[in-house]
Write a protein that binds this ligand. Structure first.
Ligand SMILES: Cc1cc2nc3c(=O)[nH]c(=O)nc-3n(C[C@H](O)[C@H](O)[C@H](O)COP(=O)(O)OP(=O)(O)OC[C@H]3O[C@@H](n4cnc5c(N)ncnc54)[C@H](O)[C@@H]3O)c2cc1C
Length: 266
């Protein structure tokens, strides 16, 4: 047994102060990743600082051409937000495909991004939509945020407070789910910005976590249609091979999921 002190933070400032007081503190949001890790004794924090009830960290705001999702907003609340379903339906659709109902009721966007699991769904949307991750200290562009497997630009004690997404002209997400965990064996988010730029990001595929797919971006920029990708062959270099799928299988899944995502985006 080890002793852990639980603290429920009332504000972002309170959370940062409680974290600083602990000798080996961890933030807790939905607990869908941290609690299993603690149960397995892979983490044994002295202090757990709960962010889930901080009012300023919960909610979805649509204002003009920007969608802001506060970090402690659950996947369920993102999936069912009616303003988001109208403005950026691909993101609501993505949130509705995460895990199972229990995971969606507790898990949060901030927890998912801070954890940066190589098969998580949100990183693909954040990278393809060129979103900005807001913390209690700064704003971090999507390009600078993801640093590899389970690694981000966050410093010790830094809190993700919100993520802001520019509203695209078109966007879609498709994933080939692992049948047991529902994590992405490979998932692809495609986005066409209002200025005509195309960004495509794949999750579950690369050995380094979420990645952009330049060959698909170029093809879609020239012709935004699923058939524009018929002749594309994605390289398997640097992709994961494991018991669930070989690298060349994942390479093919990137193309197929991108085609489905474009079809969904319309
Ligand atoms: C059975 C199962 C199936 C799942 N399937 C999927 C899936 O299909 N797709 C998918 O994307 N994910 C999936 N997940 C993961 C799920 O989305 C989790 O919600 C997510 O990984 C972590 O979010 P959380 O809010 O639970 O974070 P927690 O577990 O509370 O925290 C995770 C980590 O992030 C840190 N953290 C949390 N919030 C913040 C913050 N605001 N600022 C800084 N650090 C923070 C914590 O300190 C911790 O290190 C699944 C999980 C389970 C258990």
């Amino acid at each position: 047994m080890y002793e852990t002190h639980y603290h429920r933070a009332s504000s972002v400032e309170d959370a940062a102060a409680l974290f600083a007081k602990g000798s080996d503190a961890k933030f807790l949001a939905g607990g869908q990743t941290l609690l299993p890790v603690m149960k397995q004794r892979l983490a044994a924090p002295t202090d757990v600082v709960d962010l889930a009830k901080i009012p300023a960290m919960i909610g979805v705001e649509v204002s003009g051409d920007t969608v802001t999702i506060k970090a402690a907003t659950t996947h369920y609340d993102v999936a069912t937000n009616t303003a988001l379903q109208k403005t950026l339906p691909a993101l609501a659709h993505l949130a509705g495909m995460i895990g199972d109902p229990a995971v969606r009721y507790r898990g949060t966007i901030g927890g998912s991004l801070a954890n940066n699991d190589p098969a998580a769904d949100y990183p693909a949307a954040v990278l393809a939509l060129n979103a900005t991750v807001k913390t209690n200290k700064r704003s971090i562009s999507a390009e600078d945020f993801f640093k590899g497997l389970f690694t981000t630009a966050l410093e010790d004690g830094e809190i993700i407070t919100a993520v802001s997404f520019p509203v695209p002209a078109k966007a879609g997400y498709a994933k080939f789910r692992h049948p047991a965990s529902r994590f992405a064996l490979t998932g692809v988010f495609v986005a066409k910005s209002k200025s005509g730029d195309v960004r495509v990001a794949a999750t579950g595929a690369s050995q380094n976590g979420v990645m952009r797919v330049p060959s698909i971006e170029q093809a879609l920029k020239a012709n935004w249609s699923a058939s524009a990708l018929d002749g594309i062959k994605v390289s398997a270099d640097g992709l994961m091979s494991d018991i669930h799928g070989a690298a060349d299988y994942r390479a093919n899944l990137i193309k197929v999921m991108a085609q489905r995502a474009v079809t969904e985006a319309g």
